[in-house]
Design a protein around this ligand. Sequence first.
Ligand SMILES: Nc1nc2c(ncn2[C@@H]2O[C@H](COP(=O)(O)OP(=O)(O)OP(=O)(O)O)[C@@H](O)[C@H]2O)c(=O)[nH]1
Ligand SMILES: [Mg+2]
Length: 391
Amino acid sequence: MIIKKFQANTEAEAIELVKKDLGKNAIIMNIKTISPKGFLKFIKKPNVEITAAIDDNQIYKQRPIAVDEVKYIKKDVEVAAIEEKLNNLQVLIEKQANNNQIEKNDTNNKDNIKEVSNSKNFEYIQLVYNQLISNEVDHKYVNQILGEIESTIKDETPLDTILASVYQKIVLKLGNPKKITPLEKKTKFVFFIGPTGVGKTTTLAKIASHFRINKNLKIAFINLDTYRIAATHQLMTYAEILGIPIKVIYSPDEMEHAQEEFKDFDLVFVDTAGRSHKDLEQRDDLIEFLNTIEPEYRDVFLVLSITTKYNDLIRITEVYSDITEYAIIFTKSDETLGVGNILNIRLLTNAPLSYLTFGQNVPDDFETINPQKIAKQLLREIEHGSSTRIT
Ligand SMILES: Nc1nc2c(ncn2[C@@H]2O[C@H](COP(=O)(O)OP(=O)(O)OP(=O)(O)O)[C@@H](O)[C@H]2O)c(=O)[nH]1
Ligand SMILES: [Mg+2]
């Protein structure tokens, strides 16, 4: 029996070398990925080393696997196994939380196992990397997260432990969502600001009706959206349906009257004009309106559509960060599968997340952002084709 090792950039190239040297009936004994060290391993492609043998004496009773079949078998078996693990993430994590004792591999043949699991770890990390990227998490944050868990990964760390670490990191980074909490004895003003058409008025109506109907609080509306008559009508319609008083305000001076008028109310929801964030005049108006209410008596929510391109979201959040502190509401999650923008924007702005909306129905289609759910969504689905290097 002749045993030889072959190294190449890709598995296909390595298999070609095997074929050339040992012929088509060579048996693949081991395929090992030689990973670049440290942080580079997330971005840099590994080398592949194949150990192959040719058995002159036909000592194997079982039919040996010829080189041509190897890649298909490896892909099917490994991808299926990994997919199943990803899809059962919740169970795996719960199990891990209950039982932190991870079974160690048999140490009898330690060196050998170490080599195999090393290359497996690399594939697992790459799988998680691809998964987060396919869910539109910015590569900068993917690298940051994987970089942070890198030191906790040992040679024998199984996939579920790696996944659990990434999951926990994401949950932690998403942070606790900020909810609207009424004040004890004072009226709280809740502002909804943000670009045009993202769903400010609809979301305001959803949340207001929740507090009106489920919490039985005293709610009022203020409309600062005075640029367009239609927009005023939209909020008035909701006010009528919900039996909520509404005041249309045209200048910051009038806010004082409104505070007096609504001093017995728990929450006053303030709808603002949706205009281009590049409009400086409107920006200054908004600052003036916000300044009429002391920060401790107001909540400001920046409403963003999850479907907006990340680059645009960066510019939008920059503009609003210059205006005020805010918590973030994401709308239209029913229109996309990728929730990566939630994590991107959270990490970019460091502003707390708050609510998520997922449809046009008032009042049902919203919830408080659930970090566990988002983290699962970011890790759950595995995109075929990008899940493994082996093609
Ligand atoms: N699919 C989907 N549509 C939504 C959601 N939220 C709001 N919309 C729709 O988005 C459109 C715009 O909603 P509005 O509430 O008027 O948005 P706005 O930010 O107040 O718009 P302007 O006042 O014009 O800036 C409407 O057709 C809403 O029904 C959501 O979660 N999912
Ligand atoms: Mg509106």
